[in-house]
Design a protein around this ligand. Structure first.
Ligand code: HEC
Length: 130
């Protein structure tokens, strides 16, 4: 009978990246976003409030992440932290969306490129004075 050794290796190799991503977004969320998004300060969509997040999640990951990063009304650009990278910001959005009924993943290179493109489009639109 053949010995089967792969399931443990497979389980370990699959579990590590999943945990790393979750912690990444969670840390940024706690350090930068929770100040407003855990209590709903200034009418910020509260994490866990599925009714508030449903229409935001429906906007899609690219649009919602880009608009949040640029800033919208009471939401400060980059969550008010000028040094926050788009990768960390994106992961914090994933963390918040998934705590509020979503099922998003840490963006891959293609999704990040699309987010960056939308950021530029959004900035150009906001800078255009009527
Ligand atoms: C100073 C308070 C504050 C902080 C800090 C903050 N937010 Fe917000 N955020 C808001 C408010 C207020 C809104 C609601 C804006 C509106 O729609 O009027 C908002 C909205 C959002 C939205 C929805 C944007 C949209 O298009 O409607 C996202 C996504 C978001 N925040 C992500 C984040 C992330 C990620 C962080 C941390 C990196 C963060 N926020 C930190 C106040 C904050």
């Amino acid at each position: 009978m053949k010995r089967i050794t792969y399931p443990l290796t497979l389980a370990v190799s699959m579990a590590i990246p999943a945990i790393a991503f979750a912690e990444l977004g969670e840390n940024t969320y706690k350090q930068v976003c929770a100040a407003c998004h855990s209590s709903g300060v200034l009418n910020a969509p509260k994490v866990g409030d599925k009714a508030k997040w449903a229409p935001l999640i429906a906007e899609g990951q690219v649009t919602l992440t880009a608009h949040g990063y640029v800033g919208v009304r009471g939401m400060p650009a980059k969550g008010g932290n000028p040094n926050l990278s788009i990768e960390k910001f994106s992961d914090a959005v994933v963390y918040m969306a998934n705590k509020s009924g979503g099922n998003w993943k840490s963006p891959d290179a293609n999704t990040l490129a699309a987010i960056n493109k939308e950021i530029e489009a959004r900035k150009a639109k906001l800078n255009k004075k009527p």
